[in-house]
Design a protein around this ligand. Structure first.
Ligand code: SDX
Length: 431
């Protein structure tokens, strides 16, 4: 038996095959089963991918048991405290923190691509005013490929770089425009004198008739929200972007697919669902009733913002956002905000309840992010849009890594449990 291998035996035939075990820098090793079907004529079945690594990656590491999150090796706590979102974008895209000259060049390039082609703004007028902003984002981001024909060749490094800049630079402008459209206010063009995050808030909240001002505490809270949501290993939307991009679809189409996947309440849509849930619970004395409902397998109600496929410990991002929520509410003189108090009480009760403790269900990134965004003045239906603005750099970084790995189209197989082969029935023969 060779070292660092896994021997698998098919007891039906007695055939034994050794499969190589590969270790990474951190985290569980993997067994490489690429030749599994060839050797045994069997597929492996893992519907939720609970035991499946889909790729090798250098970008983000998560230790779910320990509640650790690293971007290119740097702890999320340090990036959230000391870094800025454009610097995190550079780090995720390039693998290292930029020096002064690299950072200045990167920020200038991102800043000078924030405007949209004027025709793109016409897309918005085709939507109803009450369209969910995520529906607009899916459409407009996918349509970018109709405007930028000069950066669609996924095999051309320069095209990949230009598309990456366009997506990262323009996603705040697209997101802000979807909000302005939904409230009947005029679009606000980007102001390149402002930082990435301040510019985003400016495009969201300024109006032509008044000067824009926002407390630096709120700007910093939004910056932390973007940093904390920027990437997260092979989550559902990132895996969607990788799979869509593996067909050599252009990066705008792949990003649009990611936005669609993120929208779901089990994923990025959870932050909006948390605020809806807190509004429904309304008061602390109703918390026990909802905890009971969350524990009842017959009741579809789930404690939104709780639990995670990977984190079986407190989501490190939730810890940072909980602190930021305190700071934002204090800055706004709303230290006793009833919704925040309700969230704190809900977390406390759940953390003492055996059902949640046994299942290692802790608050995740979505539990507090909506409270902060709501306090800043962002409506619930924009929370997942903000998540998409942040995650765009993660999607683009993972998409680039997938293309450069050159492993071809992703094409899983299945266990077929449908009807066996049978003859066509003419209408007269059918029951
Ligand atoms: C994000 O993947 C990522 O990295 C995602 C993300 C990212 O940055 O990209 O981190 C962002 O999507 C965070 C997750 C946001 N979603 C929610 O907050 C929705 C509520 N959470 C659940 O839907 C659930 O916890 C999931 C979807 C997040 C994870 O589900 P899993 O891993 O499939 O867990 P599971 O359903 O197998 O749960 C195990 C048990 C089950 O009970 P039993 O069958 O063992 O009795 O825990 C229960 C579940 O019923 N459970 C919950 C619960 N989450 C799991 N019970 C009540 N409330 C919950 N929230």
């Amino acid at each position: 038996m060779a070292e660092n291998t896994l021997t698998i035996r098919d007891n039906r035939t007695g055939k034994e095959v050794e499969f190589p075990i590969q270790s990474g820098t951190e985290g569980p090793p993997v067994v490489d089963i690429e030749k599994f079907y060839k050797e045994f004529g069997l597929f492996t079945l893992d519907p939720g991918f609970r035991s499946t690594a889909s790729c090798k990656s250098r970008i983000t590491f998560i230790d779910g048991e320990a509640g650790v999150l690293l971007y290119r090796g740097y702890p999320i706590e340090q990036l959230a405290e000391f870094s800025h979102f454009p610097e995190v974008c550079y780090l995720l895209l390039n693998g290292e923190l930029p020096n002064e000259e690299q950072y200045t060049r990167f920020v200038n390039t991102v800043t000078n691509h924030t405007m949209l082609h004027e025709q793109i703004l016409n897309f918005y007028k085709g939507y109803r005013r009450d369209a969910h902003p995520m529906a607009i984002m899916v459409g407009v981001v996918g349509a970018l490929s109709a405007f930028y024909h000069d950066s669609l060749d996924v095999h051309d490094l320069r095209h990949r770089e230009v598309s990456a800049f366009r997506l990262i630079s323009k996603i705040p402008t697209i997101a802000a425009a979807s909000y302005k459209y939904s409230i009947g206010q005029p679009f606000i063009y980007p102001d390149n004198e402002r930082s990435y995050v301040e510019n985003f808030l400016y495009m969201l909240f300024s109006v032509p008739s008044a000067k824009f001002k926002m407390s630096p505490v709120l700007v910093r809270a939004m910056e932390q929200i973007l940093i904390l949501h920027a990437d997260h290993e092979q989550n559902a939307s990132t895996s969607t972007v990788r799979l869509a991009g593996s067909s050599q679809a252009n990066p705008f189409a792949a990003a649009s697919a990611g936005i669609g996947a993120l929208w779901g309440p089990a994923h990025g849509g959870a932050n909006e669902a948390v605020l809806d849930m807190l509004a429904e619970i309304r008061s602390v004395d109703r918390v026990p009733e909802y905890i009971m409902r969350a524990k009842n397998p017959q009741d579809p109600f789930r404690l939104m913002g709780f639990g995670h496929r990977v984190y079986k410990n407190y989501d490190p991002r939730a810890r940072i956002l909980k602190k930021a929520a305190h700071e934002v509410l204090a800055e706004l003189g709303r230290g006793n905000d009833p919704i925040f108090k309700l969230a704190l009480e809900l977390e406390k009760i759940a953390q003492e309840d055996d059902y949640f403790v046994k299942r290692k269900l802790y608050p995740n990134v979505d539990f507090y992010s909506g409270i902060i965004q709501s306090a800043i003045g962002i409506p619930n239906n924009m929370f997942t849009v903000i998540f998409a603005v942040a995650r765009m750099v993660g999607w683009v970084s993972q998409w680039k890594e997938m293309i450069e790995a050159g492993e071809g189209i992703g094409r899983p197989r299945q266990l077929y449990v449908g009807a066996p082969s049978r003859e066509y029935l003419f209408m007269s023969e059918r029951k």
